[in-house]
Design a protein. Structure first.
Lengths: 395, 409
């Protein structure tokens, strides 16, 4: 039985985080074994979280490279760069903490003590700065550097049961937060104020980390490009508004995207052409979601999108989600060849974004989908509001 | 309705001028360093170099949907992005390109192509702020004549002294952050949860015009002694710790740390609050000691003062412990990054501090911490601009609950 919420339960219900961490680390070690990687150095927050389970202070955007977790395959030994043990799981011994420092040489001195690094032949990193590239030369002098992002991308792709439970929880929080933003959506509210409505509700539910501060943007009429960055613009009655944002629960992302009509009085009838637009959006969404089955490729999803009469996409049609954004699956700038190389497997979680338009309006919205051995499961459940209600009324 | 045009220029802020002057500083720093090109992918460096508008997203989305800047010593930068909104209006259309997805080998091939086309195919020295793993592994063979160097020093040199428009953005960011904090402060009472304070903060900053929040707001309840707090590698105080659903109790000492963006510039807000109770005489004494440290620092903040002079005057007579956290700094700069050069009082060492000389346009965050082990301590942050003849305060939030009125300096 799925119970959604963020509090621990005394019977050990909800997510078993010790098992979650253990299974993730086992998967990483297995992949290192298969690919002949001796040591993995993770520098990006999501990868540090995946490998070590470290709950660190969340900062938005890219961060300058710093080594954060070092995993040695032979011993399974895990060191974490953290000045304290708050947010560090109990299985990591205190003498495996390396002090954070503004001086890279101090961090280097801490890492030098890690057994197995000096003699490593293959060291995987998920990113690096030119400075650390140089420093790594003294840390692991005989090592060949390996693409750790590619390694972790495959490892992170299929989710464990506990990871899926985290994502379900994140989706529930994201939808509740979006509902709060929709409650505040009325003529005169600014786009940016809706970001605040979303995040305030998120924090009320106990989560203070947005996955993205999102798009709360009036959709331009006609051919002008879609806007994705909320501004100080006041929303007016009759505006179609793109609402898209996400949250991180234990690092896992739940995202929801909707196109919503700003009405003077909620519940008033909407023009037939908008109802038609939503019907077309639903058809496109259904076509892509139905294609999210084991064995299909990103190219199959792109084909389903075209069959479903989707408008030329403005971003990927589908991307993989876990500890934040993982990789595009279909419709990205990497092109059709890349899409063909992305095979869908059971236990992947995808975010599917569909986009349809007519002469004056557009409808853009996204769903999160769990790939299973059988039917794909929609993890997002929230309604499409005024646009969808009209369809029900008319049919 | 606020259009982009009205936002772009007001009497005390001209964003187009700010972008132009920043790029000029960066290109001069490149010239001094002998860098042929910069490839910047860090959000803050890209904003700085190009004025690109970037969304506020978690790190993995930020690297997988990148906006990358290619900067030459002359002429407008090139911007590689999937976003129709990223490029500022003055950037020529032929300098705005599709995205370079450098997390993937195909993106690295495209990056090598862009370098060849725009920087040239000869021997070149190119500064990078970050290398994706695919770039690290793939670029050397795809672009054998490119020497990869670290862009950090060049970018830091450009950023360290702010233009008047940059300072104005920081001032506005700080103002929004502080105004939001009045509502938060009113909610600090026994029984409130840390996350409820974040809830109020999030709602207010966006109502007040913040363009983004940059860090998970910190409302740390301090253990009275280091021993009672988290284990630390260096034996000093653990701060800042991530917020949880912790419930505030009467008598708690809360140290906070928050920061938002206004047009890409950061605020930095830090205060110490007592919960449900007036400060004790001991806490008042801690605050007075903290004020004394700041007063001594401010007396020295003017062009020409060195970082090591500041660490000297900060020291409390007769007290062994330095009045700041060992893993941080006494002073840091603030700009497009929430902590940037000049860093003073860090593990970079005494010689590094000596090499820092204050200059007009630097924006400093003074961050002393008084720690009285067994009785917690006092920490606040004061934001100041170094001017031609001294300093100007950019922060103005009162030192509640210790002092009600205006700032003491």
């Amino acid at each position: 039985v799925v119970t959604l919420g963020v509090a621990a339960l005394e019977d050990g219900g909800r997510v078993d985080f010790a098992r979650l961490r253990n299974e993730r680390r086992e998967r990483v070690l297995r992949a290192m074994e298969e690919q002949g990687v001796d040591v993995l150095i993770a520098g990006r927050a999501a990868n540090i979280r995946y490998v070590a389970g470290a709950r660190r202070l969340h900062l938005s955007g890219t961060r300058p490279f710093l080594p954060g977790a070092v995993l040695v395959r032979e011993t399974g030994d895990l060191h974490v760069v953290s000045t304290w043990d708050d947010g560090i799981p109990a299985e990591i011994p205190l003498d495996h903490l390396v002090m954070q420092s503004p001086n890279p040489l101090n961090i280097l001195a801490g890492l030098e003590k890690i057994g197995g690094l000096k003699t490593a032949r293959v060291v995987a990193v998920d990113a690096i700065s030119p400075l650390y590239r140089q420093l790594l030369g003294s840390l692991a002098p005989s090592a060949r550097l390996f693409d750790g992002t590619a390694l972790l991308r495959i490892v992170r792709s299929r989710k464990t049961a506990d990871e899926i439970q985290c994502i379900r929880t994140a989706v529930a929080i994201a939808e509740s937060s979006m509902a709060a933003a929709i409650d505040d959506l009325r003529p005169g509210v600014t786009e940016r104020a809706l970001v605040g409505s979303f995040e305030a509700r998120m924090a009320q539910l106990g989560i203070t980390t947005p996955a993205s501060e999102g798009s709360f943007c009036v959709i331009p009429r006609g051919a002008a490009p879609l806007r994705r960055m909320a501004s100080a613009r006041a929303i007016d009655a009759g505006d179609l508004v793109l609402l898209s944002a996400g949250v991180l629960y234990a690092g896992y992302e739940g995202t929801v995207g909707r196109t919503w009509l700003c009405q003077t009085r909620p519940g008033t009838r909407i023009p037939a052409d908008l109802a038609d637009l939503h019907a077309r959006w639903t058809a496109t969404r259904d076509a892509v979601v139905d294609a999210c089955r084991p064995g299909a490729t990103g190219a199959d999803l792109a084909a389903a999108y075209r069959t479903g009469n989707g408008a030329p996409p403005t971003g990927p049609i589908a991307y993989s989600v876990g500890l934040g954004y993982e990789r595009p699956i279909a419709g990205s700038a990497l092109g059709p060849e890349y899409d063909s190389s992305c095979t869908i497997e059971a236990d992947m979680v995808l975010c599917v974004e569909a986009h349809v338009r007519n002469e004056i309006a557009r409808h853009v919205a996204s769903e999160m989908v769990l790939v299973t051995a059988g039917e794909p499961e929609l993890l997002t459940t929230m309604s499409h509001g005024p646009l969808a209600e009209q369809v029900t009324e008319g049919s | 309705v606020t259009s982009a045009a009205t936002r772009e220029r007001t009497p005390d802020l001209d964003l187009a001028r700010m972008r132009r002057e920043r790029l000029g500083k960066l290109q001069r720093a490149m010239e001094v360093d002998g860098t042929d090109a910069l490839v910047l992918s860090g959000n803050t460096a890209v904003r700085y170099a190009t004025g690109a508008q970037l969304p506020s997203v978690e790190g993995e989305r930020a690297v997988h949907e990148p906006t990358i800047a290619l900067v030459l010593p002359e002429g407008p930068p090139h911007l590689y992005t999937a976003s129709a909104e990223a490029a500022p209006p003055e950037l020529p259309a032929d300098h705005v390109h599709g995205p370079l997805l450098v997390e993937f080998p195909a993106g690295v091939v495209a990056l090598a192509g862009a370098l060849g086309e725009i920087v040239g195919t000869g021997e070149v020295r190119v500064g990078f702020d970050d290398l994706s793993a695919a770039t690290l592994v793939g670029l050397p063979s795809l672009a054998p004549k490119v020497t990869i160097v670290d862009a950090g020093a060049v970018v830091a040199a450009a950023k360290v002294c702010k233009t008047s428009d940059e300072v104005e953005c920081i001032r506005r960011a700080q103002r929004i952050n502080e105004l939001a904090m009045y509502d938060v402060y009113a909610a600090v009472r026994p029984g409130a949860r840390q996350t409820e304070l974040s809830q109020i903060f999030y709602r207010r900053i966006f109502e007040l015009g913040a363009t983004a929040n940059i860090l998970d707001p910190v409302w740390q309840v301090m253990a009275p002694s280091i021993e009672d707090g988290p284990f630390t590698v260096h034996g000093d105080v653990a701060f800042p710790l991530a917020t949880t659903d912790h419930i505030l109790r009467r008598g708690d000492v809360v140290m906070n740390d928050t920061g938002i963006h206004y047009e890409g510039y950061c605020s930095d807000f830090g205060r110490t609050w007592t919960v449900g109770r007036d400060p004790t005489p001991r806490q008042r004494d801690q605050f007075e000691r903290w004020k004394d440290v700041v007063a001594r620092l401010l007396a020295e903040v003017r062009p020409g003062t060195t970082g090591s002079r500041l660490t000297q005057v900060a020291a409390e007579p007769g007290v062994d412990r330095r009045p700041w956290l060992d893993h941080f700094w006494l002073i840091h700069g603030v700009g497009v990054d929430s902590a940037e050069m000049p860093l003073i009082g860090t593990h970079l060492g005494e010689q590094f501090d000596r090499s820092i000389v204050l200059a007009p346009g630097m924006v400093l965050v003074l961050e002393p911490v008084i720690w009285d082990d067994g009785y917690a301590g006092y920490r606040s942050e004061e934001v100041v601009e170094v001017t031609e003849d001294g300093f100007r305060l950019l922060s103005s939030f009162p030192y509640l609950p210790f002092e009600q009125g205006p700032l003491p300096w």
